[in-house]
Design a protein around this ligand. Structure first.
Ligand SMILES: C[S@@+](CC[C@H](N)C(=O)[O-])C[C@H]1O[C@@H](n2cnc3c(N)ncnc32)[C@H](O)[C@@H]1O
Length: 446
């Protein structure tokens, strides 16, 4: 057998230690029960010892077992890959796989990865999705396509992805689009590359980071200053690397940043205001999201009323905002982080000038809702609605009444209403004891 570099190391160790200790082969053989001839062959590199023999010798010579076992295993691997022309390539792949697995057990574990609902979002249907689909499935026979027109978190579309052949989802927010690409889009991404970057970001110490756009504006307000510095650093670095990342890799890293930020944000769940008490500093950790690839998904970021004029299918699910509270204002920090235009910010809440404002939150709500319903080219229309319109708080008052929705839907076809008691988000001003969640299901006339 030809000698390898690694093997030379191992044989030298055993030979050198024995000579250093002034021991003969016979003396070592007597103590270790390894024959003289075998010992001699091991020392000359003509024989690979078994693992048991390596441990025995290491123990006898009082030499760190791990060191010597690592050399022994390295040697065995070299012997194996040397036989093959593709050996080196295989070694590289093995190395990548191992670093990935090691990370799984250590740090950015995919088992700890954020799932789609692990995020605070006003109006999320996470608690209602089972009930919604139970009704939809009962009422919409022979359907293979599903469109979530105001997808928000994407939780409804996610369920649909496992039930229908084709699923489309849409929202006007940039931050939601990035999250959909990250969680659902069927495009290439390299897990190892993403994990390596996450590890790199998690190793950077806030003390090594300079103040930046994000920390200057949001430090000690929505986040403690170290966290804000780190968020700003990561976002700026991602921008620099954008051209070397695929669209999905970039989206996964940004979505991971958003989900990680949500865990430390000093808010009640949105960015209309921050809590004005001292922030207890907690170290920021970038955690990955649980990214998947679905071949049956289409992602849009358009005004719903424009988009519905362009697509058709079996089921359209409609869950617009019903009060004056604009989502682009609630989640302005995520919009800022995703677009990264570093706009000038105003007011105590540090918002940019308004953009992506929804007509569904204005006096025009009823008209745009009617326009949307009238222009849908779908066999079934499912509409979610909740009865907040009796609320005392103006911002929580509904812009469209239940009867108005019913009238508009009935013009398109036979409409059923289902209801379910439900407690949901409010900032404390309003008592929603009698809160109900409604689902309208319309079978559109031919
Ligand atoms: C009530 S939320 C949807 C919640 C979603 N069903 C969920 O479970 O997460 C309404 C969503 O509509 C979006 N939106 C508001 N106006 C829109 C418009 N004109 N076109 C598209 N999306 C709009 C908002 O950004 C928000 O995410």
């Amino acid at each position: 057998m030809s000698k390898s570099v690694g093997w030379k190391f191992l044989e030298n160790i055993f030979k050198n230690i024995r000579i250093g200790k002034k021991l003969s082969l016979k003396e070592v053989a007597d103590k270790t029960q390894i024959s003289v001839s075998l010992l001699s062959r091991i020392e000359n590199g003509r024989r690979i010892p078994t693992k048991k023999q390596v441990i025995k010798l290491a123990k006898f010579y009082n030499f760190p077992e791990d060191e010597i076992l690592a050399d022994w295993l390295g040697n065995k691997i070299v012997k194996e890959i040397k036989k093959e022309s593709f050996g080196l390539k295989a070694l590289k792949i093995a190395e990548q796989k191992l670093s990935y697995d090691a990370t799984l057990f250590e740090d950015v574990s995919f088992s700890n990865a954020f799932k789609l609902p692990n995020r605070r979002y006003i109006g999320s249907k996470t608690q209602l999705v089972d009930w919604i689909f139970q009704k939809i499935i009962e009422e919409t026979e022979n359907s293979s396509t599903f469109f979530d027109v105001f997808a928000g978190t994407g939780i409804v579309a996610q369920r649909a992805l496992n039930l229908f052949e084709e699923v489309a989802l849409n929202d006007i927010l940039y931050s939601n689009e990035i999250i959909y690409i990250a969680f659902f889009e069927n495009s290439y991404w390299d897990k190892y590359k993403v994990i390596e970057l996450v590890n790199f970001y998690n190793e950077v110490k806030p003390s090594a980071i300079e103040e930046n756009y994000f920390s200057i504006h949001f430090g000690n307000k929505y986040f403690d200053n170290n966290t804000a510095k780190k968020i700003g650093f990561i976002r700026e670095d991602l921008e620099k690397r954008k051209s070397s990342l695929t669209r999905k890799e970039f989206a996964i890293l940004l979505a991971s940043l958003i989900y990680s930020m949500d865990k430390l944000a000093n808010t009640v769940g949105h960015f209309d205001a921050y809590i004005k008490k001292q922030i207890l500093p907690k170290p920021f950790k970038l955690n990955l999201i649980h990214a998947e690839n679905f071949s049956n998904v289409k992602i849009y970021r358009e005004d719903a009323n424009n988009l519905v004029r362009k697509i058709q299918g079996d089921i359209a699910y409609i869950d617009p905002p019903y009060n004056s509270r604009q989502y682009s204002r609630f989640y302005h920090i995520y919009e800022n982080i995703v677009t990264w235009n570093k706009p000038e910010l105003f007011g105590v809440a540090l918002k940019p000038t308004p953009q992506n404002m929804s007509k569904y939150c204005t006096v025009e709500a009823k008209n745009v809702f009617k326009d949307l319903i009238d222009n849908l080219n779908f066999r079934f229309i499912a509409v979610s609605y909740n009865n907040t319109y009796n609320s005392k708080s103006n911002s929580s008052k509904n812009k469209i009444q239940l009867e108005e929705i019913l009238t508009i839907l009935k013009e398109r076809g036979e409409t059923k209403i289902f209801e379910q008691p439900y407690r949901f988000f409010n900032t404390g001003k309003t008592n929603f004891n009698n809160h109900k969640e409604f689902l309208f299901l319309t079978k559109v006339n031919d």
